[in-house]
Design a protein around this ligand. Structure first.
Ligand SMILES: [Zn+2]
Length: 98
């Protein structure tokens, strides 16, 4: 017997989520953990983690992390999703109607 399907994701607050994204040239974000700039380095495929933080169900702020720093913190906002825009582009090519 199921009494409703309440989804309890209150650990990090409703809506809080993290996304992993390639560091773009001109990025000026400061890493929340180490306080250093998340900067683009041409010869490295740098990754950053961008977290949208919700407090009491309302958007509060964005935090940026170096990918490695986010892992060192043991993923405080959960497993980072891959950049949805990039995934959507890949799917659009593969999902052409028959
Ligand atoms: Zn860092």
């Amino acid at each position: 017997m199921h009494r409703g399907m309440a989804i309890t994701t209150t650990d990090a607050g409703p809506g809080t989520r993290a996304v992993r994204r390639r560091i773009e040239p001109g990025t000026l974000s400061i890493c929340t953990k180490c306080d250093e700039r998340v900067k683009f380095i041409a010869r490295e495929q740098g990754q950053q983690v961008i977290a949208n933080i919700y407090v009491d169900g309302r958007w509060d702020r964005v935090e940026h992390f170096h990918d490695a720093c986010y892992l060192e913190l043991a993923k405080p906002y959960g497993e980072p999703k891959e950049d949805l825009a990039r995934i959507a582009r890949g799917r659009a090519a593969a999902a052409a109607p028959a």
